[in-house]
Design a protein around this ligand. Structure first.
Ligand SMILES: *[C@@H]1O[C@H](CO)[C@@H](O)[C@H](O)[C@H]1NC(C)=O
Ligand SMILES: *[C@@H]1O[C@H](CO)[C@@H](O)[C@H](O)[C@H]1NC(C)=O
Ligand SMILES: *[C@@H]1O[C@H](CO)[C@@H](O)[C@H](O)[C@H]1NC(C)=O
Length: 489
């Protein structure tokens, strides 16, 4: 006798992911029914002295595979590097108007991102994909990124100065704008950190935010110049044609290797632009942006690049520092935000200055990482770099939570503080990261310790019951604990 069977969607496995997505879905429906705005539809404006431009650059790669692993369903290679995609944020000519519409925060086609999120929640089917698409459209479908698309790059100021409000105002000469290459976290994309990137651009930095196609993004469209397109969704072990010896750590390593190849390709494209091949990069860009790139010759400081990343991207940034600086990875500094707790081992082999910033929740939550407390692993890593004679810092930004540096809290402050426990004002949260990044960039360029980086260790270990010390300037006292700093010079 056959029992009455519910369709699979109504027989959920009560996994945390299912619960989270259900809560999110209920929240969406609730807001929709009551006509409440889900998210403030606008991201805040940037506050630095410069206007900000943004260009999406997709550029063909050599089509190399970074691993031989294939998809079960299609037999196609899973780690095939056809193109690299990044958004470059840059200081633009004052008042320049763009004739192109602003970029959407959720890139088109929206359904790809939606399907990707549904797959993350392990409930991908036609019905849930449609629900996610509508939800995503309702949440953020019309949110645009503040930067002006494809406006001209600002003249490199012959006396380019790190921001005026810093003490000392060192002149750093005309080497071109300092460049930061940024790598996103798990379940994110190139558009998840637009305020952080754009705010830095408004203060004179060029930031290239990569979109990784390693199966860790919800979804991304690979566009070729011949007009062909290939969606890449989030994928897991189950979708790969592998035997038992290929386990989760192997998958993570394969993803990190793919990410590293994308980082190197981003550097290659930026270098080509700086070397005067901007017109070719524009011509080969299927996203049809970059009218100003032919004028970027010599405008970027490609000898002294900073690698940065958040979460999975932070683990990747550390990996990319192995052997750096070298021609493919001309990195002279690393800005590492919340290095992953489950994205594989952290590379200790670092020979350039680094700054590791933990969000409060990252330091507060005790977790075991390859047999040791995660905090201890990170601290030892930073102390090792100092022992090698490179300046390295490790600190916690109080009041923040893991997503504080992303755009998410700016778009949905209530939901985020409620689910992640951040207590800081959301804009302050991002700006803390921007401020300390500037101080780190200044150190990397001019070897000057300013602001927070000039201070001594306040808390060798994270202390959840205390703020900074009274000796810290008022500005930092509420916001920071410093765990490792270079010996005073
Ligand atoms: C960032 O730095 C500026 C200038 O020093 C300061 O006014 C502002 O309060 C800082 N913001 C945060 C959140 O630390
Ligand atoms: C990076 O820039 C700073 C300041 O211009 C300089 O002191 C340092 O030597 C540079 N590093 C390299 C390898 O060019
Ligand atoms: C830490 O700073 C916050 C914000 O200023 C304040 O409310 C709190 O009382 C401080 N806590 C301690 C232990 O000093």
């Amino acid at each position: 006798m056959s029992r009455f069977r519910l369709p699979p969607i109504l027989r959920p496995r009560l996994t945390p992911k299912y619960v989270v997505s259900s809560v999110a879905a209920i929240y969406v429906v609730y807001c929709w029914l009551w006509g409440m705005p889900l998210l403030s539809s606008n991201l805040p404006a940037y506050t630095g002295p410069h206007s900000v431009g943004v260009i999406d650059i997709e550029s063909p790669c050599d089509g190399r595979k970074t691993s031989d692993v294939k998809f079960k369903s299609t037999g196609e290679p899973a780690f095939l590097l056809e193109t690299v995609l990044f958004s470059v944020y840059y200081p633009a000519v004052k008042g320049a108007k763009s004739d192109k519409p602003k970029h959407l925060w959720v890139p088109k086609p929206l359904a790809i991102t939606a399907e990707g999120y549904a797959k993350f929640a392990h409930i991908s089917n036609f019905l849930t994909n449609s629900i996610f698409t509508v939800a995503l459209w309702g949440i953020a479908g019309s949110t645009t990124i503040q930067a002006n698309v494809d406006v001209p790059l600002r003249e490199t100021a012959p006396s380019f100065k790190f921001t005026e409000h810093r003490e000392g105002k060192p002149e750093v000469g005309n080497d071109g704008f300092p460049v930061i290459v940024f790598s996103h976290g798990m379940a994110s994309s190139r558009t998840d950190y637009t305020h952080f990137c754009g705010e830095l651009a408004s203060r004179g930095y060029v930031v290239a935010a990569i979109e990784h196609r390693d199966g860790s993004s919800p979804g991304s469209m690979v566009m070729n110049i011949d007009g062909t397109e290939r969606p890449v969704y989030h994928f897991g072990l189950g979708e790969l044609d592998v035997d038992n010896s290929f386990d989760t750590p192997e998958l993570k390593q394969a993803q990190l290797d793919f990410r590293q190849a994308e980082i190197e390709e981003t550097v290659r494209v930026l270098r080509a632009i700086n070397d005067g091949s901007g017109a070719t990069i524009l011509e080969m860009n299927p996203r049809k942006e970059g009218d100003d790139l032919p004028n970027w010759e010599g405008k970027l400081d490609m000898t002294n690049v900073t690698i940065s990343g958040h979460s999975y991207g932070a683990t990747g940034a550390l990996q990319a520092l192995k052997g750096a600086p070298c021609p493919q990875r001309p990195f002279h500094g690393g800005l590492i935000l919340d290095p992953g707790k489950s994205s594989g081992p952290l590379n200790h082999d670092v020979d350039v200055p680094i700054l590791i910033v933990h969000s409060n929740s990252w330091s507060k939550k005790h977790s075991i990482f390859f047999g040791q407390p995660h905090f201890t692993v990170v601290k030892d890593l930073v102390m090792d770099v100092n022992k090698r004679g490179r300046a390295a810092w490790f600190m916690t930004s109080l009041g923040t939570s893991h997503p504080s540096v992303t755009d998410a809290p700016l778009l949905e402050p209530t939901l985020l503080s409620w689910t992640t426990g951040s207590t800081i004002d959301v804009i302050d949260g991002v700006r803390m990261y921007v401020n300390v990044t500037e101080e780190f960039m200044l150190f990397q360029k001019a070897h000057r310790r300013t602001g927070l980086l000039a201070l001594e260790v306040t808390h060798p270990d994270y202390d959840s019951t205390s703020n900074g010390t009274q000796e810290m300037p008022e500005l930092y006292h509420r916001f920071w604990q410093i765990h490792v700093a270079p010996d005073s010079v």
